[in-house]
Each structure stands twice: as structure tokens, then as C-alpha cells.
Design a protein around this ligand. Structure first.
Ligand SMILES: C[S@@+](CC[C@H](N)C(=O)[O-])C[C@H]1O[C@@H](n2cnc3c(N)ncnc32)[C@H](O)[C@@H]1O
Length: 438
């Protein structure tokens, strides 16, 4: 295989890339590694004289995003590397098109070689699906053994491995978030929503990530119905979506201690702040530390006509002051996060849960309540015990006033083929009503 591969050097993008030639192809003298099946610059896969070679690009500024750089026909191709999980660009990459078999692609990915897709967009998507099937088949041969905690950890590892392998199929985007592949959809708006305004630079992203961005765009357009709001919430890319509506119902039905003011910590799409405002709470201060979440909440509150009742605040957990009601729906599972997308589901070292609990007494107005929304899935998976949670309440000087429970109705709870079915089917989501002890 060595003569088919392009070794890509990657580094930080310099302020002014030397030559942005993605989208331009020049025939002429070539040097470096000649590909056995000639493939050329990103927009001209049929160019007969293509050759790409390694070119080291020195790190210019540490804060600049990583880029891929290679030589084609004596000119430098620079493309910004995009990875939501912050993965480094691949060390090796080969061009791939409709002629490449799924087995070949799969082998290359397993060896750590990325594939820069030049073929038909839909064929690329099918190749990804075919690679996914191969991962599943190899995973089935190594079925995890052990207790449910081990099964959970094994699954997380397998998911990370799957993401790494499927992340090897890469898609080139031209400046303006333009895809020049055959039968490619217009992804301009979806990319703009996920990444912000285009910096007029070419980029490279994994097909899997791009499909996620397209899916998120469709969800954002369509919205998620929230009966308690009599309307929809429109989740943005990278923001926790209230697709599991049970926890929203808990907040919609629990007795309000006051309708003067509430804090909503980690507001995400703004769904709980909106529910509280709809229930008559005069002012809600909603916080999040993720700027995407705050943009999303702003958008949703404006659509629902509630913008004047909710103040959004980018901060870690609590805003200044005290409130008679503090609501928090933290990520439910303790665990490491590998991307911003993980951060809505996994809470490293239970940092957010503990931050909410530890800070509650100091932020509650007299007679106030803190509402912690938490599923017991972590307990059922052996990741945190009930005693630990109750011990945190105790040490923070909190008393449990009441607990409202609900059983999930989402599809995963009924999927018997899921190795975590036993835990998921028995899961209970609770709204803990907490107060500061006298
Ligand atoms: C599980 S999501 C809940 C979102 C929303 N409240 C809901 O119920 O749909 C948790 C949210 O907390 C935010 N978050 C995580 N750590 C935080 C922190 N230290 N301070 C503020 N927000 C945080 C995340 O960005 C995410 O939007």
C-alpha cells in the first residue's frame, strides 16, 4: 500500500496560508508520492497527473485551529481540520472514491489511514454504513462479559472505537461550506449553524460528523414538540435536546414554592426556563457555560414569546443572588467527556450535580426549594450509589422535602437487544425537592 498513501503533515493554520489551492487544479511537474490510482485536488478527482506529497508546516500560532496541508503539483493545499471531539488530524490519508470496496476502506481505517472521499456523496454515505456493519460484526464476536458496570464501560469504549474508525472517512469542503462532490446536498446553512459564519477557508471534516450536522439542522427546522409548552423547542447543534419529555413533565407539574423568581442552571435549549415562565414565574435567570446553548435558548424563548421573562447568563452554575426556586437538570451519568456533545450526557466526577448541591443553601431565598432532576440510571449501572447522593445532600445541609418520580417512555427502555436493557427498563427519573435545613 505505501505508494497509494499520502502522508499528511498537520499543524496550526498560519495567519495567511501560503496557497489556498483547494478548488484549483494545475497540471505540471509533480513530486513526492505518486498515487497508483491518480487522484487530484479536491475538486478534480479525474486529473490524470495528480501527486500529493508530504509537506511540513511549522506551528505558527498555538491558538490557531489545526489544518491539513499537502502538496499537489508543486502547490500547497491547505484545509482547516474540523473535529467536534477535538481529535487531531490524521497522520495518513489516501484519496478514496466509488471504486473503493468497503472491505478495503475498512482495512485502511483499522490501520489508522484516513480516506479523503472524492466520489459520489451518497455512495460515500453508503460506504460509511458498510464500514459500520463491519464494526458491528467484529464487535459481536467480542461480546462483553461481566456485570452491568463492566458492560457499560465496554460499550463506551466500543462507541469511542466506532467513532474513531468511522471518523476516518473524510469529506472536503470548499470555502463557503460548499461540497463539490457528485449528488452532494447543500450543507451551507447546516454548517453555518454548527460552526458559525464561514471564514472562507477550505476544510476537511469526517463524513460522520457532517451527517450529524445535517441531522441537527433538520431537527432544528422541525423542532421537538413539548406538550407542557403547547409548542416546540428547536434544538441547535451541540445542545441537549428534550426528546425525552418525561423530565419536562416533572417540572411542569411539581408545586411551585413561589412565582416571583427562579434560577435554571444549565438551561440548554431553554426548555425548563420556558416551562417555568409559562407556569407564571415572573422572572427566570437561566445560565449555561456553553455559548451554543445560550444562543439556542435565546432563539427558543424568542419564538415562544418569553424573551422578556428570562434573562440568559453565561456562567458556571449559579448566577449571583438568591431565588425561591432553583432548578437544575445536570447530565445524568458521571463520566469523562470526549466532546462538547458528550457534555450534556456525562458529568465528569459528577461536578455539575455536586456544584448544584453544594451551592444550593447559599442561593436559596428563605423557604425556597431546589429542584434536582436526576435519573437513577447511574445507580443502576453501578456508577454512583444512592447513599453517595444522599450523603452529598446531608453534607450540604439540605433536607429532602419530597421526590416526584416518572418512568421513561423512550424507545431505548423497551429495546431488549440493548445489553443495558435491564438497567434502562427499570430506570426512574426523579425530581428531588430540596430545602436548606434550619
Ligand atoms: C442535561 S443538559 C440539560 C439542559 C436543559 N436544562 C434541559 O433540561 O433540557 C445540561 C446542561 O448543563 C450545561 N452545563 C454543564 N455544566 C455546566 C456548568 N458548570 N454551568 C452551567 N451550565 C452547565 C450544559 O451545557 C447543558 O446545556
Amino acid at each position: 500500500m505505501p505508494d497509494e498513501s499520502i502522508h499528511i503533515s498537520w499543524a496550526r493554520v498560519p495567519a495567511e496560508p501560503p496557497d489556498r489551492v483547494v478548488g484549483a487544479c494545475q497540471t505540471g511537474a509533480t513530486s513526492g508520492v505518486v498515487l497508483r490510482r491518480p487522484t487530484c485536488c479536491l475538486d478534480m478527482p479525474a486529473c490524470p497527473t495528480a501527486a500529493w506529497e508530504v509537506d511540513a508546516l511549522s506551528a505558527e500560532r498555538d491558538e490557531d485551529p489545526p489544518s491539513l496541508q499537502w502538496q499537489a503539483h508543486g502547490r500547497t493545499v491547505v484545509a482547516r481540520w474540523r473535529s467536534e471531539a477535538g481529535l487531531p488530524p490524521p497522520a495518513r490519508m489516501v484519496p478514496a472514491d466509488d471504486d473503493m470496496s468497503a472491505d478495503h476502506a475498512w482495512r485502511l481505517a483499522c490501520e489508522g489511514t484516513a480516506l479523503l472521499w472524492q466520489g459520489d456523496f451518497h455512495n460515500g454515505r453508503q460506504l460509511l454504513t458498510a464500514m459500520g456493519r463491519r464494526i458491528e460484526r467484529s464487535g459481536q464476536r467480542r461480546a462483553p462479559a461481566g456485570d452491568i458496570t463492566q458492560v457499560f464501560h465496554h460499550r463506551r469504549m466500543a462507541q469511542a472505537q466506532r467513532a474513531r474508525l468511522l471518523g476516518m472517512l473524510l469529506i472536503p469542503l470548499e470555502p463557503g461550506y460548499h461540497l463539490s462532490l457528485r449528488r452532494a446536498p447543500d450543507v451551507t446553512l447546516a454548517c453555518r449553524e454548527a460552526w458559525g459564519e464561514d471564514d472562507m477557508q477550505a476544510s476537511v471534516v469526517s463524513m460522520r460528523e457532517l451527517l450529524g450536522i445535517i441531522g441537527a439542522h433538520q431537527w432544528r427546522l422541525k423542532g421537538v414538540p413539548v406538550p407542557a409548552l403547547g409548542g416546540c423547542i428547536h434544538p441547535h447543534y451541540g445542545v441537549f435536546s428534550p426528546v425525552r419529555g418525561e423530565y419536562v413533565e416533572l417540572v411542569a407539574n411539581a408545586p411551585l414554592p413561589s412565582i416571583a423568581l427562579a434560577f435554571d442552571l444549565g438551561t440548554g435549549t431553554g426548555v425548563l426556563a420556558a416551562v417555568l415562565a409559562r407556569r407564571g414565574v415572573a422572572q427566570v435567570v437561566a445560565t449555561d457555560n456553553n455559548p451554543r446553548a445560550l444562543d439556542c435558548a435565546r432563539d427558543n424563548l424568542a419564538r415562544l414569546g418569553l424573551a422578556g421573562r428570562v434573562t440568559l447568563c453565561r456562567t458556571d452554575l449559579y448566577p449571583p443572588g438568591r431565588a425561591p426556586l432553583v432548578v437544575c437538570n445536570p447530565p445524568w451519568l458521571p463520566g469523562k467527556t470526549t466532546s462538547a456533545l458528550d457534555a450534556a450526557v456525562y458529568d465528569p466526577d459528577s461536578r455539575m450535580v455536586r456544584g448544584f448541591i453544594d451551592g444550593l443553601a447559599a442561593h436559596l431565598a428563605p423557604g425556597g426549594e431546589g429542584w434536582l432532576i436526576l435519573s437513577d440510571l447511574a445507580e443502576r449501572l453501578g456508577l454512583r450509589s444512592r447513599e453517595t447522593l444522599l450523603g452529598w445532600f446531608e453534607r450540604a445541609g439540605l433536607a429532602v422535602l419530597a421526590r416526584e418520580d416518572v418512568r421513561p417512555r423512550h424507545g431505548k427502555a423497551f429495546d431488549r437487544s440493548d445489553p443495558l436493557h435491564a438497567a434502562r427498563s427499570a430506570e426512574i427519573t426523579s425530581l428531588w425537592r430540596l430545602a436548606a435545613r434550619e
